[in-house]
Write a protein that binds this ligand. Structure first.
Ligand SMILES: Nc1ncnc2c1ncn2[C@@H]1O[C@H](COP(=O)(O)OP(=O)(O)OP(=O)(O)O)[C@@H](O)[C@H]1O
Ligand SMILES: [Mg+2]
Length: 652
């Protein structure tokens, strides 16, 4: 009953969610998971350094039990199932505890006194108890599973919702594989514990208490003697828990690293083939797979090492009982049936202790996973609506950068310095500069993908931090440097920002982006399904679909980042025509990271970035006259008029 995912998909209870807020263990909300291995992009050198960093491991962090308690609080959303399971459990336990009583009755009251009717009663009673136990064991298992599936559902739901809201900077820090592992495997660990673990734990406690009471009733002296072994067992278990807890954290952490490599390699499989790095990647994967295996084996070894001793102690307990109990039977202090019942209760007593021992491992594991889960849920939303943020009213499209400085959370130095400029409604601003000069960074500040570290970005006089993110971004159409499409029909991709758009609107946007013609040539036209990440389309086709997607939201601000690089001459011509149309269209203010002279020449304002500063500004003619840097860039970097392919000069 472990691996059924999502069986209770309706178990969501938004009100039952105890998260949001400060973690009870008082960890500061730094949101940086220690394993977050700062890797903005996969680079060839990624393996070693991040691995070294990651090895710090989640498991060594304190607060695991508090995190587990927090995770278990999700059971509150499934009170009915959980309570039902608990009641069923009480019934099963009571049935278990009653059985030896009836056996004792059959022996002492029936067999010894030669009374067939008492034996019959006892047997009927035993059968009835077996039936009850069967029914309630089923109920308990079923209800516990339902509750735990509900918890898993809620956790996944909360995690996904959080991931949808976390800022760009969070994704700069963490590895996708770690996130995937947390949503799948870590949730599963918590689920298993929330279902079977919690039930077993409570069952053990009830059994323990019940057995002790019944043992004392039979013979308190025998009970005290048999209790001697219990402290020894507890000492063993505690030692075990302390050692295995951190190990499980490391297991999850390593699993996350394994998934990170898997995910990167699946995504980058073309690059791997192209550079004949299959063996390297296989070795890299195998290395981490090995360390996962070793950690798992280490955990198993700890587990197996521990239990023989516990069993030994348990057996010593039985020996003691037979010895002392035997003497008491001979001395006629107790009956033989009582001794048998006593011995059965003693095993009932030891069973919960062993279960708690086994559970200790599961608890450690679930605690480590809970920590990893709450790492995501507690990660701060760096870019978010501030309290009292207002909805941005319809705008004309004026954009102003006022003394803007910017540094990525993960970088030491400022990437942008003292950026000052303003764009009037309907204008086109072209941004150029060498690679890495900060062009993409600059335009990413307008939709608030990141917050400025100094100064302010204003849209129609509103500081972008004062308005709601959704209302701000709804006014902006953006074509990112990498044109990413979703798997699905072309039509849906274009209508991604406005799912309710009509077919006519979709086609109009596609025409403006010079995409209509090639889409019609696709096998099913607008209904053609494009593969994951738009595989099946050329780079230029993807870009034009991305442009159409940006246009369809009728943005007041249009941002085109490098959207026309890496295409053939003919496509370039088409895209240029699309851009010309867009720039002549004065209904929006456009920011274009430019690649060709024709784009720049018609721009109302050209910003030349150099090392994160505006090195020169003006119109084409002004800059041509005044700026040596501009002339240099024109000469070396920008493509001449349409039609000539870009040189492979490292310019993007
Ligand atoms: N997410 C990030 N985290 C940290 N540093 C970043 C991040 N993105 C970019 N940088 C750094 O910021 C600087 C500017 O990058 P940006 O992407 O803005 O350059 P660009 O002008 O758009 O270059 P290109 O023409 O190659 O697209 C670079 O030094 C880069 O290393
Ligand atoms: Mg860029």
């Amino acid at each position: 009953m472990t691996n059924r995912q999502g069986a209770v998909a309706n178990g969501a209870s938004p009100n039952g969610r105890p998260h949001d807020g400060v973690s009870p263990n008082g960890r500061p909300h730094d949101g940086v998971s220690p394993n977050g291995a700062h890797e903005a992009a996969p680079t060839p050198s990624r393996g070693a350094p991040s691995a070294a960093r990651a090895d710090g491991g989640d498991g060594n962090r304190p607060g695991g039990l508090a995190a587990l308690r927090r995770a278990l609080a999700y059971l509150r959303g499934h009170v009915r199932d959980a309570t039902g399971a608990f009641i069923a459990l009480l019934v099963v336990t009571a049935a278990n505890l009653a059985t030896p009583q009836l056996v004792q009755l059959a022996i002492d009251g029936g067999i010894k006194r030669k009374s067939a009717s008492v034996i019959l009663y006892a047997v009927v009673g035993l059968v009835a108890i077996a039936v009850v136990r069967g029914i309630f064991t089923f109920l308990q298992g079923y209800l516990a599973e339902r509750a735990s599936q509900g918890v898993a559902y809620d956790l996944r739901d909360a995690l996904f919702t959080r991931l949808e809201r976390l800022s760009f900077s969070y994704y700069d820090r963490v590895q996708t594989g770690q996130l995937l592992t947390r949503l799948t495997n870590d949730v599963e660990q918590v689920r298993t514990f929330a279902g079977t673990g919690v039930i077993q734990l409570s069952s053990s406690v009830v059994m323990l208490a019940g057995s002790i009471v019944l043992l004392l009733r039979i013979s308190w002296s025998l009970t005290l003697v048999s209790m001697l072994i219990i402290p020894a067992i507890f000492v063993l278990l505690m030692r075990f828990v302390r050692r295995i807890g951190p190990l499980f954290g490391q297991v999850q952490q390593t699993l996350g690293r394994l998934n990170t490599i898997l995910q990167e390699d699946l995504q980058g499989n073309r690059v791997i083939r192209a550079f004949v790095r299959e063996d390297y990647e296989t070795a890299r994967y195998r290395g981490i797979n090995d360390s996962l295996l070793n950690k798992n084996i280490e955990a198993t070894r700890l587990l197996s090492n521990n239990f023989p001793f516990v069993f030994l102690l348990a057996n010593i307990g039985t020996l003691i009982i037979i010895w002392f109990g035997g003497l008491q039977v001979i001395g006629r202090q107790i009956d033989i049936g009582q001794l048998i019942a006593f011995n059965t209760y003693l095993s009932f007593l030891l069973m919960p202790i062993l279960t708690i021992g086994f559970l200790a491992a599961q608890i450690s594991r679930a605690a480590a996973s809970s920590l990893r889960i709450f790492d995501i849920l507690d990660a701060p939303l760096e870019v978010t609506d501030k309290p009292g943020a207002v909805v941005l009213p319809p705008i004309a499209g004026r954009v102003e950068f006022r003394d803007v400085c910017f540094r990525y959370p993960s970088t030491e130095r400022d990437i942008l310095h003292d950026i000052n400029f303003s764009a009037e409604p309907g204008q086109t601003v072209a941004i150029l500069g060498t690679t890495g000069s900060g062009k993409s960074t600059l335009v990413n500040l307008i939709p608030r993908f990141y917050d400025v570290t100094g100064g302010a970005v204003l849209v129609d006089g509103h500081d972008v931090r004062d308005v709601t993110l959704s209302s701000l971004r709804a006014r902006i159409g953006i074509v990112l440097q990498e044109a990413l499409l979703f798997s699905g029909p072309v039509r849906d991709n274009i209508a991604y920002g406005r799912p309710d758009a009509t077919q006519d609107e979709v086609e109009a946007a596609a025409r403006a982006a010079q995409a209509d013609a090639f889409i019609r040539d696709l096998p099913q036209g607008y209904d053609t399904v494009v593969g994951e990440r738009g595989v099946g389309l050329s780079g230029g086709q993807r870009q034009r679909i991305a442009i159409a997607r940006a246009l369809l939201v009728s943005p007041k601000l249009l941002i085109l980042d490098d959207s026309t690089s890496a295409v053939d001459a003919e496509t370039e011509l088409l895209i240029q025509q699309a851009l010309d149309t867009l720039m002549r269209d004065r209904s929006h203010t456009a920011f274009v990271i430019a690649q060709r002279i024709s784009t720049v020449r018609d721009a109302d304002l050209i910003l030349v970035l150099d090392g994160g500063r505006i090195a020169a500004r003006g119109t084409h003619d002004e800059l041509l006259r005044e700026s040596p840097l501009y002339n240099e860039i024109l000469g070396s970097q920008l493509q001449p008029e349409l039609g000539v392919r870009r040189q492979a000069s490292g310019v993007s």
